[in-house]
Ligand binder design. Sequence first.
Ligand code: NIG
Ligand code: FE
Length: 381
Amino acid sequence: MTGEQVLPAAEQTLAVTDGRIVGVGVTGPAHMTLDAQGRALLPGFIDCHTHTLWAGDRLGEHLMRLAGASYQDIARAGGGILSTVKAVREASEDELAASALPRLNTLLREGVTNVEIKSGYGLDTESELKMLRAIGRLGEISGIDIHPTFLGAHAIPAGEDADSYLDQVVNEMLPAVAEQGLAEAVDIYVENIAFGVEHMRVLFEKAASLGLGCRVHAEQFSDMGASEMAANMGAWSCDHLEHTAEAGAAAMGRAGTAAVLLPGAFYFLKETKKPPVELFREHQVPMALATDLNPGSSPVASLLTCIHMAPVFFGLTPNECLLGVTRHAARALGRSADLGTLEAGKLANFCLWDIADPRALTYQLGGLAPEAVYIRGQRHA
Ligand code: NIG
Ligand code: FE
């Protein structure tokens, strides 16, 4: 795994036709040929786990945590995700899209060409569909490639119980989401303050029958066996994973499920338990890295900051970090055929960086930006 390179240094030219790469290291027949002229030519970075669309803020909770409260205490007291749900239900589709746009542009300026965005702050059919429509609209107005994920099973709404709410998610919301083509995957938060593994099984079975990918917030605060079951069910990714044990890592390795590590949430919640990176290496689990950009646990609109933190906090190598925001992030999105490397046939999402060694991107914190960002062959920044 550590031997894999993001891009061989010698490949300095790309041939692009109709938004796709048709040749690397060649000038071949193409509508556009790009010569990197000594600059580093890297795949566009992929932020494969975000909650970029929200309303309101959670500054008050941040202050409570600084004074000693925990993320789980605040959630159990009816704050946390549920306070963002209230704000999102009150916001219009236009307001939601407009407030997310500057966050997306911030990511773009750091060379992020693809962003996954989850719903999950609506928690009723109408509000979840509103979020997903706003997420779809963001793709049109920002020019960034957006990957929408349906996270109706993010929290249990006030006054409802987990079983009957999950039943609504699976039998009412998910069929509507699939029919309207509003998401590529489903996600669920398996945790002692949210849903259990049996809920996940029911959701994943239904999602698979509708042709959607499966992802899970797993083992952030405790090990409930979610990653093992998810991998055995063919999940694209398991995310967070601070408390994952060997059975989970082994199952992910066997299935080729990506482990999405989220150093922003680890940092902001002042966690001390680290994801088992050694086990992931041993079991050849593709490790991805993402911002988890959200108002509660990771108000971190910077993927470069995350690839800076991952070596320091989790012991990832710089090369693992670069793979984590390219090839392995594509896998977490179920899009390895289209994204993550610069190869003929893939989308022409790439950046030019004025750096001699791409590993330098994990060295300096702040002040780094690509010279040019291309999405589907079009220059965007
Ligand atoms: O990935 N853990 C659940 N979901 C988010 C937090 C969302 C929020 O607190 O608003 C996460 O950390
Ligand atoms: Fe998340």
